[in-house]
Design a binder for this molecule. Structure first.
Ligand code: ATP
Length: 328
């Protein structure tokens, strides 16, 4: 793992199912990808984590053959997407961000339709549909029209449609947007089951907690470049191990407000929004003195919390801005 590794070489072992090298893509003058390299192994769940506009959808669209890159190459289970597109696409399942379902068809009819266009026989599609409906928890709604489904149910069916042909490479683009916690857990279970069966999974999200919960490895992407990759533990180590105190105040605190206090230092890079201050503290025993110091400066502290370093910290440290609502 290494910061600033744009275009870094990727693993090329026998178990690498999804492999992309030095992908570049622009839309007119707007550069969307600046040399992205990715490798996902059999049985592995890799998170592609970045803010809105970072380039996640563009990466997944290229990896699944929906978009052609300006430069770079992709292979899926050993098939080059440029020269053996049909074989490569047979191995991959894409779950797009926007729902790709026919609202007036039932859940089973949607699955049958996608199964048949993915080349399954009617029997294979039918058997696979029943099994997947069970996995995504929709067996009892199999014969209901999709237009009657909740958002979470549609998301789960969308995932089933992308996985019906048992792809060895599965790419999911922010599949939990707008779903309730129960549906999200069900989605995670389905993804984990697919990985346990040996599929390579690339999971795009801008929810740090999801990446932390689900993924074996995480790739942090920002402004079309990979800024770091590694396990959650490795990435968090990049952010340092200091205990952080986040203080929210009614008015802004002047820079240098806690100057001279032993064991305390300001972390201006960690402040994401509002009237907030972030501090590295040697011990939480410093908290009362800090609140007193703010009070002496005429600033009321309305909230504070002690914070263990996480992926958000790693991202902020590497990019200088927060994971969500970053400028695009
Ligand atoms: P989100 O989390 O919002 O889905 P993302 O990480 O998936 O974002 P992309 O959709 O890949 O990001 O977009 C990357 C960049 O490319 C953004 O600056 C976006 O505005 C731009 N972009 C994406 N699609 C197009 C398009 N069809 N035409 C022009 N610019 C585009």
């Amino acid at each position: 793992m290494k910061a600033g590794e744009r275009g870094a070489p990727v693993m090329n072992g026998a178990s690498t199912i999804i492999r992309a090298s030095d992908l570049r893509k622009s839309y007119g003058d707007r550069v969307a990808l600046e040399g992205v390299s990715i490798a996902v192994n059999r049985g592995e769940i890799v998170g592609l984590l970045g803010p809105n506009g970072a380039g996640k959808t563009t990466t997944l669209s290229i990896l699944s053959g929906v978009l052609t890159p300006d430069a770079g190459s992709v292979s899926i289970d050993g098939h080059d997407l440029a020269t053996a597109k049909a074989q490569a696409r047979e191995c991959l399942g894409l779950v797009p961000q926007s729902l790709a379902l026919y609202p007036t068809l039932t859940a089973v009819e949607n699955l049958m339709f996608f199964g048949r266009i993915q080349g399954l026989s009617s029997r294979q599609a039918s058997e696979g549909s029943l099994k997947l409906l069970e996995e995504v928890g929709l067996s009892d709604r199999a014969h209901d029209a999709v237009e009657e489904f909740s958002g979470g149910m549609k998301r789960r069916l969308n995932i089933a449609c992308g996985m019906l042909h048992s792809p060895t490479a599965i790419m999911l683009d922010e599949p939990t947007v707008g779903v309730d916690p129960q549906s999200r857990e069900r989605i995670f279970t389905v993804i984990e089951a697919a990985a346990a069966r040996g599929a390579a999974i690339l999971y795009s999200t801008n929810y740090m907690e999801e990446a932390e919960r689900l993924c074996d490895r995480i790739i942090l992407i920002d402004h079309g470049s990979i800024v770091a990759r590694g396990t959650t533990t490795e990435l968090i180590a990049l952010a340092g191990t200091e205990t952080r105190l986040e203080v929210t105040t009614r008015r802004a605190l002047a820079p240098g407000w806690c100057k001279g206090m032993a064991g305390v230092s300001e972390l201006p890079w960690a402040v994401a929004e509002g009237f907030a201050a972030a501090l590295s503290v040697a011990s939480i025993d410093h908290v009362p003195a800090l609140i007193r110091r703010a009070g002496e400066m005429g600033v009321e502290v309305i909230e504070f919390h002690v914070h263990r370093p996480n992926l958000q910290d790693a991202f902020i440290k590497l990019t200088g801005h927060a994971l969500r609502d970053a400028p695009t």
